[in-house]
Design a protein around this ligand. Structure first.
Ligand code: ZN
Length: 656
């Protein structure tokens, strides 16, 4: 009862405080809180609501539906409410790679209408295969692969029925894929399994992972386990942050292909292939891929990209409504191929070759038995070929014993393994230190290895991940400036936006192309001291053509009032004119109007000059010059700046 009274009071106050003139706007945070109480549902907010206002706020509420009300206000901010199993909701950012099982159902139903028969399916399949390559920038990346790669092979470590050898293979110039080969006893010819890693704790050093690689080797398969981009030893070359980039999406797949190229040759062979480094033979008709979670995403894509793969087992990852939450799985827009696709359809392109999907109850693969598996059965039905699903009811997102058992069973059957009985008890779990190619401190990293993700990006047919996100940051910043100007004229806004974005990109690129080191060290004529790094940066940045600045100012003045132009300049310099002026007034409490006018003019000069500099440090350095001018002016005007400043700081200390 109490709740309803509170709600009633809130609602009446709303009705009084709001009107047409202010768009009935109310704070987003308050709106969410009220909806929670009104419907008696827990809403957990995982987004930033600070300062966000909902226009026409209460009109968006539908008293009969919490979900419609939430979507009415959240969609304005690209947020959404995700229902939890306990009936509560989490308010989250929009996730481009995650949808709902209902959406998966609708999508698969729609996709099925595109191919009533095998012929129409195969047309679709060739579209998917080609557009997925375009989405990845695949051909250009392949062209950059090292034709005669450097290869490092570690000493064998012998265990019960198998051996392990570490390896590092140069895939792009100076970039190495690192991993361990799990080798059966004997000379082959052996089947080969690519084992791309998922995001498991400890990556490929994870115990569950080691058990699977080694057990399959004991069963007669060469398992190739290799690091994710930016994980394990890859981090020595590109750093750990490089993992969550679109570069990882491309390079991880390229690594799988490069490993196959190196071990069994680029073109599919009909006879056993002898590898002189390993001194064993491979059977090129028995090449498979298996991986869990993010590793499963790689398995699906390797199947799309590489014909040599004859059997695939993506584990705890496949769903029609989730593309993989990491940019290494969804960083490039593969799922936009052919008007929109998903992992279930991409996996279907593997038909009629043997495919097993392993799923469980406690992650997004819970829908496999009812959605994705029947869909795959229909496609495999075009060929009269089987496809299998091992669904582990009650299990969660891991690579535990039952999942591994399903993997062993699948490959034992399709590769007709002689030692079909897996025995995990014979496996030795190795410490991570033993599994490293480059040594514990990276001491064996080859000379000439790349040391940044930018060096890798250079080989991909795309802007560097850093450049993409930097462009995006500039556009976002400019949009927020324009939002606050409220120009109310779309054409005008578009012109000003173009002027601002162009200017900031030129400033950024000039800065990046002219580092401070391009200016020789020397003496600063102003103070006789050696030039500091920031002095040199300012000098390097000041060499831009004058048109960079005049284009900006003329472009702004064409469409904006002088006050609006000043607001923009203040945005560039984060309000330094005002901030510095307040400082002068605090230090010189009896500042005369003439003095104030002079200082203001100096600070505005600083501001207009500073907008052409990228880094805040350089902007501050420009302001310093004009602050010094102002101090000298005050001294010339009969004041003692040094004393005024000292009195001011003494007073501050006293007040503390
Ligand atoms: Zn990832």
């Amino acid at each position: 009862m109490y709740r309803y009274i509170v709600a009633f009071l809130l609602l009446t106050s709303v009705v009084r405080a709001q009107a047409f003139e202010n768009q009935f706007a109310r704070p987003l945070g308050t709106m969410i809180g009220e909806l929670g109480s009104r419907f008696g549902v827990k809403l957990k907010v995982e987004v930033d609501t600070a300062g966000k206002q909902v226009p026409w706020a209460d009109f968006r509420i539908r008293p009969y539906s919490l979900e419609e009300s939430l979507s009415g206000i959240l969609s304005l901010f690209d947020y959404r409410a995700v229902k939890q199993t306990d009936g509560s909701y989490k308010i989250r950012n929009y996730e481009y790679m995650r949808r709902t099982p209902d959406d998966g159902r609708n999508m698969l139903r729609y996709l099925n209408t595109l191919y009533p028969d095998k012929a129409s399916w195969e047309k679709r399949r060739s579209c998917l295969r080609s557009e997925a390559r375009v989405a990845l920038g695949w051909e250009a990346a392949m062209a950059e692969m090292v034709p005669d790669p450097r290869f490092q092979l570690g000493e064998p470590r012998s265990y019960d029925g198998y051996k392990v050898r570490n390896f590092a293979l140069e895939t792009l110039p100076g970039y190495y894929v690192t991993g361990s080969l799990y080798l059966p006893a004997g000379k082959g010819p052996f089947p080969l399994l690519l084992m791309p890693n998922g995001h498991w704790p400890e990556g490929r050093y994870n115990k569950d992972e080691q058990i699977r690689f080694a057990t399959l080797a004991r069963m007669g398969v060469v398992s190739v386990s290799y690091d994710l981009f930016g994980w394990g030893e890859s981090a020595l070359m590109v750093g750990a942050v490089a993992h969550r980039t679109s570069t990882a999406h491309v390079v991880q797949l390229l690594n799988g292909v490069a490993i196959l190229d190196f071990l069994v040759g680029k073109t599919p062979a009909l006879k056993p292939v002898y590898n002189k480094h390993l001194k064993i033979s491979f059977d090129p008709s028995r090449i498979g891929a298996n991986g869990g979670s993010g590793g499963g995403s790689q398995v699906i894509m390797l199947g799309v990209l590489d014909d040599r793969i004859a059997a695939a087992c993506p584990t705890v990852n496949l769903a029609s409504h989730f593309d993989g939450g990491c940019p290494c799985e969804s960083g490039m827009p593969v799922s936009l191929s052919c008007g929109g696709t998903n992992n279930a359809e991409l996996a279907a392109t593997f038909a009629p070759k043997p495919l097993r999907i392993i799923s469980d109850d406690k992650d997004w693969t819970a829908s496999v038995p009812t959605l994705e598996y029947p869909y795959l059965q229909r496609i495999y039905g075009f060929y009269g070929a089987p496809v299998s699903n091992v669904h582990l009811a009650g299990e969660g997102h891991d690579f535990g014993p039952n999942k591994r058992k399903a993997v062993y069973g699948f490959f034992a059957e399709v590769f007709q393994l002689q030692h079909a009985r897996p025995d995990e008890s014979k496996v030795t779990i190795e410490p991570k230190e033993l599994m490293l190619s480059f040594g514990v401190k990276g001491e064996r990293l080859p000379a000439g290895a790349v040391r940044s993700v930018q060096q890798v990006d250079r080989h991909l047919n795309k802007k560097t991940a850093a450049a993409i996100s930097s462009d995006f940051d500039i556009e976002k910043k400019v949009n927020s400036w324009l939002d606050s100007l409220r120009l109310g004229d779309a054409a005008k806004e578009a012109r000003v936006r173009a002027v601002l974005i162009k200017h900031q990109k030129i400033v950024r690129d000039w800065h990046n192309d002219h580092p401070y080191t391009s200016v020789p060290a020397g003496i600063n004529p102003l103070n006789g001291k050696p030039l500091s790094d920031i002095d040199r940066e300012v000098i390097a940045n000041s060499g831009k053509p004058a048109s960079v600045h005049t284009d900006l100012m003329e472009g702004l003045r064409k469409d904006l009032t002088e006050a609006q132009v000043e607001t923009i300049l203040d945005f560039y310099t984060i309000g330094k004119v005002d901030f510095t002026m307040r400082g002068f007034k605090a230090i010189v409490p009896d500042l005369t109007p003439a003095e104030e006018a002079y200082i203001l003019q100096q600070l505005k000069l600083a501001r207009e000059q500073a907008v052409d500099y990228k880094r805040m440090k350089a902007i501050s350095a420009i302001f310093e010059i004009y602050k010094t001018n102002s101090e000298q002016y005050l001294n010339a005007n009969g004041r003692n700046w040094r004393k005024l400043y000292k009195d001011f700081t003494d007073q501050l200390k006293k007040n503390k």
